[in-house]
Write a protein that binds this ligand. Structure first.
Ligand SMILES: *Cc1c(COP(=O)(O)O)cnc(C)c1O
Length: 419
């Protein structure tokens, strides 16, 4: 057996990023300045152009994390203590914690068994059961059941877009604002059906799409994020709150033509992106589609090589989506295996294959169980699916011998532990 180690992820940084960071350091402007402005403009053009976000003018606000983008989005939309927000249980910590930052209540929703994205039918049931359920509910559950639902925060798991027209109809029917957690969803594409042209999104005016540039995301700035909206008022509020709630565009405060004066108009946060980070982002953005194609190529190799295995199920694809392929999550057919998911992962690790699980659903975490009294049976699909999930390595720059090693290892584990 080859003695090869395949990491779960390796960032694809090139000389362009290195040179731009060095130039930024030499420029003497380290914090939010010209590079951030350029990154915002180019990102807005990219999501406006390839059909990710909105019709009309797109405002992009660069921030120091995707979590900050989510937080500022719900703050700008006026989320208040005690209000409810529909959040998928199948997501990362950030999506729900920003709701808690506002003192509001995440109303968890089960996932679709195929895409693992939020199940809108389940969301509808939970939205309709307000009121009656509150009367019957006790203790911790009562607080959740009584909350008025004001928004929805879908997550495009692994870079597989939700059906956007259904999402839009749902939000309209229930009069909800939409904050999309698009941490995995760049670049992506969508059309209503397989024959329709790839299209621009027509988000309602009460919506924000949030991206993450964390180290292992599809493009990175080390740490960073972007909030994108077609609503100028929301964009302005997010910008204000990203820098202490200072009135003027205080970014120019230390430049020769900036003013020394500022006024605090709200108790804001310190969420601005640095020019050092934006210097990396500008070049990552320039290669975003090329890197997506590389991941797509790896996904194709995995699909071809692993399709014949009875012990695993491969991720679904649809003709009306261009996938970002942030993740390649296989699902184990536990009845065809003598080992469980954790042991499967141990075997991958022993063979030098880095992997991960996306995710332990929120309702199975101690904080949320203690605070809201959620149980596994409240979200049967997510509770069952997460025990089958394994994310395999997929990243641009992954070498053929690394891809082959992952394929060989998965095949070997399946064969050895076939029931
Ligand atoms: C990474 C991630 C985030 C948070 O992004 P950060 O930039 O790390 O704050 C939010 N949601 C999902 C689904 C993520 O994967």
């Amino acid at each position: 057996m080859t003695n090869i180690q395949v990491p779960f992820f390796r960032p694809a940084l090139q000389e362009d990023e290195v040179n731009e960071v060095v130039a930024t350091l030499r420029s003497g402007w380290l914090t939010s300045g010209p590079k951030v402005k350029r990154f915002e403009e180019e990102f807005a053009a990219a999501v406006g152009a390839n059909g990710l976000t909105t019709k009309g003018k797109v405002h992009a606000v660069a921030l120091n994390s995707g979590t900050a983008a989510l937080h500022l989005a719900v703050e700008a939309l006026g989320l208040k203590p005690g209000q409810g927000v529909l959040v998928p249980t199948m997501t990362f910590a950030a999506t729900a914690e920003v709701v808690r930052y506002q003192g509001a209540i995440p109303i968890l929703v089960d996932c679709d068994p195929v895409t693992l994205n939020m199940d809108l039918e389940d969301a509808g049931r939970r939205a309709q059961s307000r009121g009656q359920a509150a009367k019957g509910a006790k203790g911790k559950r009562k607080r959740e059941e009584a909350a008025e639902i004001v928004g929805i925060m879908p997550v495009h798991v692994g870079g597989t877009l939700m059906e956007l027209d259904q999402l839009e109809r749902f939000a309209k029917a229930y009069r909800l604002w939409v904050v999309e957690d698009a941490a995995h969803a760049f670049p992506v594409g969508w059309r209503p059906n397989a024959e329709a042209p790839w299209q621009q999104r027509s988000n309602g005016s009460q919506s924000v799409t949030c991206y993450s540039f964390y180290a292992n995301k599809t493009i990175t700035t080390g740490e960073g994020g972007m909030a994108v909206t077609s609503n100028a008022r929301l964009a302005e509020r997010m910008r204000l709150m990203s820098l202490h709630g200072l009135s003027a565009d205080a970014w120019g405060r230390y430049s020769s033509n900036g003013s020394w004066d500022y006024k605090i108009v709200a108790p804001g946060y310190k969420y601005n992106l640095t020019d050092i980070a934006a210097a990396i982002g500008i070049h990552q953005l320039g290669r975003a589609e090329a890197m997506r194609r590389e991941r797509e190529g790896i996904a194709r190799k995995y699909r071809e090589a692993l399709a014949s295995l009875d012990q695993i199920e491969l991720p679904a694809e649809a003709a009306n989506r261009i996938e970002s392929w942030h993740l390649f999550a296989i699902r184990l057919r536990l009845k065809s295996l003598t080992i469980d998911r954790d042991e499967f992962i141990n075997e991958l690790k022993r063979a030098g294959v880095g992997c991960s699980v996306h995710w332990r659903p929120l309702h199975l975490h101690p904080y949320y169980q203690k605070t809201f009294g959620w149980r596994a049976k409240d979200f049967p699909v997510a509770s069952a699916q997460w025990k089958r999930l394994v994310s395999l390595p997929i990243f641009p720059g992954m070498r053929d011998d690394e891809i082959d090693h992952v394929i060989r290892t998965v095949k070997r584990i399946c064969k050895r532990h076939a029931r």
